[in-house]
Design a binder for this molecule. Structure first.
Ligand code: ADP
Ligand code: ZN
Length: 187
């Protein structure tokens, strides 16, 4: 097994963070920790966290920091994250980054790298408005998969659909939220 690494993937919605995180995770055997996927799991199974998060997610707004930090802290404390992990979609605010520092300190580990993926806005809007994903595992359908809505996912028993927040108005709001709340994190 490859030696572990602790990475953060940053980037606006639709730059391909999730796709790259899944590829890296499969190749290197590090767990992918996607806060978006974790939240969608919670929404699907109607947990108390899911019920609270859905309200924000459907509008393209960020879920409050306290909820997210608690969820990530628990996830990173599990044994499979001991040797490494890929954070995908977290942190997204300066407060989340500061809280992540505390979690890493408590676990006695350090980050190896932060990668920011940059893609022009027009490309992002075009991609997201056409994007199809697996409801269950978050797999993003690639052009040569030839899959359509309702088909079975190539990686799990889930089915292919469009994300509710991939509608033009919500996409615009998510990009605005990224500029307002996440861009400053890169500095
Ligand atoms: P994208 O990067 O395409 O917007 P994600 O799957 O990462 O998609 O996130 C979907 C939604 O989940 C976000 O719009 C937000 O509501 C919520 N979310 C995910 N990660 C976070 C986070 N770290 N902080 C706050 N909200 C989050
Ligand atoms: Zn799937």
């Amino acid at each position: 097994m490859a030696k572990g690494k602790r990475l953060i993937l940053l980037g606006a919605p639709g730059v391909g963070k999730g796709t790259q995180a899944i590829r890296l995770a499969e190749l290197m055997k590090w767990p992918q920790v996607s806060t978006g996927d974790m939240l969608r799991d919670n929404v699907r199974s109607s947990t108390p966290l899911g019920l609270q998060a859905k309200f924000f997610m459907d509008k393209g707004e960020l879920v409050p920091d306290e909820l997210i930090v608690q969820m990530v802290s628990e996830r990173l404390s599990r044994p499979d994250c001991k040797t490494g992990f890929i954070l995908d979609g977290f942190p997204r605010t300066v407060t989340q980054a500061e809280k992540l520092d505390e979690v890493l300190m408590r676990l006695g580990v350090k980050l190896d790298a932060v990668v920011s993926i940059e893609v022009p806005t027009e490309t992002i809007v075009e991609r997201l408005s056409q994007r199809l994903v697996c409801q269950q595992c978050g797999y993003v359908v690639q052009k040569n998969d030839g899959l359509k809505i309702g088909d079975r996912c190539p990686r799990c028993p889930g089915s292919i659909s469009r994300r509710k927040d991939d509608e033009p108005e919500t996409i615009r709001r998510r990009l605005q939220v990224y500029e307002e709340q996440t861009r400053s994190l890169i500095r």
